[in-house]
Every structure is written in C-alpha cells, then in structure tokens.
Design a protein around this ligand. Structure first.
Ligand SMILES: Nc1ncnc2c1ncn2[C@@H]1O[C@H](COP(=O)(O)OP(=O)(O)O)[C@@H](O)[C@H]1O
Ligand SMILES: [Mg+2]
Length: 374
C-alpha cells in the first residue's frame, strides 16, 4: 500500500484511498529514473563501506539478502557480528522516510514498559546523505505472514503477546513532542468525500477501477460516519500488517514478538490499528478459503491479549471492526494495483467490506464469533 498520509494533504489521501495514480512528474517514459541499478544488485563491499561511514562497523559484509519490500530492504551478514537490516528510502517523493527513525527514537525515550521495549526493533543508525536506516536484525524471526502460511498457522501465545504489545503501545502516555507537533498526525485514512473529479476518474488504476470506485461510493455514508469518529489519542503503528510483525520461530526468545516498519506511525486512532489487524485476518481467509476456519479464535486471542494491557470497551471493538471493513476495501484496491483487475477475491473483498461497514455487529459475529464483542 502506498502511504501518503500527512495530515494536511487531503489530495494525496484521495489518491491513496481512491486508487487514483498520477505518474511522478520527473519520470519520463523510457528512462530509468526510479531506482539505480546499484540498489538492485547491492554490492556487499560498498555496503560495508557505507555502514562504516555511518559508524556501524561490524567488519566486511559477507553476504546480502534482499527482502520482498516496496523499496530495497536488505539483510547484511558479517563474518563476526550479528546481521543488520538496511533500509533504503522510498523513491516515492510523497513519503517521509525519516518517520521510522524519528518514531523509533521517540519510543526509545518514551516507552518504559519492558514488554513494549522488547517488541521494538533496535535502531543503530541512519539519516546519512543517502537516507539509509540501519536496524538490528531480529535473530531467528519469521514474519506473521510467513507463520500464517505454515500448517497450524500462528500460535495462540504469539497472538496473545502481539495483542498485549499493541495495547501497551496504545496505552503509552502521549509525549508532549508528539501531541503538540502536527507533523506527528497522519491523516484520517478516509477522504472527506468520495466523488471523483473527471481528472481523478481518468487516472484511476486498473481495469476494474469503475467497479472499485462505485463500491466505495456505495458506502460513502458509512465511511464518512466512521471518519467523524476518528479519535487521535494514542501513538499508533498505522500499518500492523502480518508482514510487519516478526515472531520468534523457535519459541525460546525473551521477546516473542517484534513490531517493525514504523514509517507510518504517529498520533492516531487505536481502533484503526486493531481494525488493521482484524482486516488482514479476514483478507488472508478470503485469499485462501481452504485454510482451517481458525480465524475467530485468532482474532479473539489478539483482543484478549490487548485487554491484558489496555482497557477496550465493546464500542471500541465495534469501531475496530468497521475499520476492518475499510481494510477489506483497501485490500481490493491493492489487488487492482498489483494485478490490474479485481478478480474474484477482489470483488469478494469489496462485498465483505461493504457488509462490515453497513452492519459491523452482525458481521463481527459472523466473521470472528460472538465472543469478540462481549
Ligand atoms: N529488524 C528486522 N529483523 C529481521 N527482519 C526484518 C527486520 N526488519 C525488516 N525485516 C524484514 O524485511 C521486510 C521488509 O522490511 P519493512 O521494515 O517491513 O520494510 P517496508 O517498509 O518496505 O515494508 C520485513 O517484512 C521483514 O521480512
Ligand atoms: Mg513492511
């Protein structure tokens, strides 16, 4: 998902949520302006030198492994020291690539709870001329997305711990620097109107763009109502998708869950984070109907963990479920962008998203079991 959520920028938000994509002005057809080939083939020797120049010296880089990510993210391995993760900035000019570093620094001084601290990746350096960010690699970790594809899926202990960490994050007293600086407030992820201008319509992405836009507009009232409930009262992650949660695969680590990828974090609505988590559970199920019907128990585990560390009234769970409906719509958009058309899964996501937004309580019972709201 492309993130462009600076609070003051309603037009970027419209493009993001409504699937309107303008080509960047500085990219000419036929030129390679997006990424240098050096980043495609990362040279271990050069990377080692760049790290040393940033004050991170673990000796020569022996090997690099590039992750599937929206920009280069590389694991660097050394002869003597523990591996590191190096992240290049987004080439998407809309994104503020300092936000992850700024957030990790802020949390390092604000978060006191050892469980929350243990769930944060350790920032080692960054902000050089190239905008690299260097983070300690979590040893023996797999992402929650990988774990959920394995037979048996993510185990209950990890889900409970993940919920508890999210509750601790949302319960963190908001530091003054965050509360008072509008730069910490990401946009409410719903535009204030869903009708397209002819120009936006002409720049809609994918073959089924009209179907997507019409589906969004059909729940405009519900989306605008949800927008009006936005309550920016806590530091939120904003993108707690299963790719951004690392689990300790061996089950022996002191801190079994690490929340990574903080570039969208800011002062936001905790129900959105929780809805994001529920939304990815539903999307995973829609993609793979053959998976065992473990979703209700998994969602309940996360909510149970959350309640161990933060108060969560039933009304807040309902709002989270409504955001989970929004995530279904966005997951259809993601398919439209990636695949070019909605396909059956995309159409199903739109239908499910609409139904959740129209009747969150009934859909919460259907999707997650009656335990979630009680
Ligand atoms: N600290 C870390 N330890 C181990 N793996 C990591 C770490 N940080 C990132 N990764 C791996 O790299 C992938 C991409 O990193 P991420 O921070 O999510 O970047 P992006 O913003 O491009 O999604 C993750 O999904 C994960 O597999
Ligand atoms: Mg990520």
């Amino acid at each position: 998902m492309t993130a462009s959520l600076k609070a003051e920028d309603e037009s970027s938000l419209r493009c993001w949520i409504m699937g309107v994509r303008y080509p960047p002005a500085d990219i000419l057809p036929g030129t390679d302006a997006v990424v240098g080939s050096a980043e495609d083939e990362i040279d271990p020797v050069l990377l080692g030198e760049r790290l040393r120049a940033m004050g991170v010296d673990r000796g020569p880089v022996l090997r690099t492994h590039r992750y599937m990510a929206r920009r280069p993210v590389v694991r660097a391995e050394f002869a003597g020291g523990a591996p590191l993760i190096v992240k290049w900035p987004h080439y998407d000019a809309d994104l503020n690539s300092d936000n992850e570093r700024r957030t990790l620094e802020m949390l390092d001084s604000a978060a006191e709870d050892p469980t929350l601290r243990g769930a944060l990746p350790r920032l080692l350096g960054g902000g050089d001329a190239d905008g690299l960010t260097v983070i300690e690699a979590v040893p023996g970790a797999e992402t929650m997305a990988e774990a959920s594809r394995r037979a048996g899926g993510v185990d209950g202990v990890h889900l409970l711990h993940f919920g508890a960490v999210l509750g601790l994050l949302h319960g963190l007293p908001v530091p003054g620097e965050v509360r008072d600086d509008p730069g910490w407030r990401p946009h409410v992820p719903i535009p204030n109107g869903l009708h397209l201008t002819p120009d936006e319509y002409a720049h809609g992405c994918g073959l089924d763009f009209d179907h997507y836009a019409a589906s969004l507009q059909a729940v405009e009232r519900e989306l605008l109502e949800l927008r009006s409930t936005w309550n920016a009262c806590a530091v939120v992650h904003f993108d707690p998708s299963p790719d951004n949660v690392l689990l300790d695969a061996a089950g022996a680590a002191e801190h079994p869950v690490t929340l990574i990828d903080w570039e969208m974090a800011g002062l936001g609505d905790p129900a959105y984070d929780l809805g994001h988590v529920l939304g990815h559970m539903v999307s995973g199920h829609l993609r793979d109907m053959s998976a065992p019907a473990s979703r209700p128990a998994r969602a309940a585990r996360v909510v149970q963990g959350y309640r161990l560390t933060r108060d969560l009234p039933a009304g807040e769970v309902v709002r989270a479920v409504r955001f989970c409906g929004l995530i279904q719509l966005l997951s259809a958009l993601f398919r439209l962008e990636r695949i070019g058309s909605l396909g059956e899964v995309g159409r199903l996501s739109l239908r499910v998203g609409q139904r959740i937004l129209r009747d969150p309580e009934a859909m919460a019972d259907t999707l997650f079991g009656p335990g979630l709201l009680r």
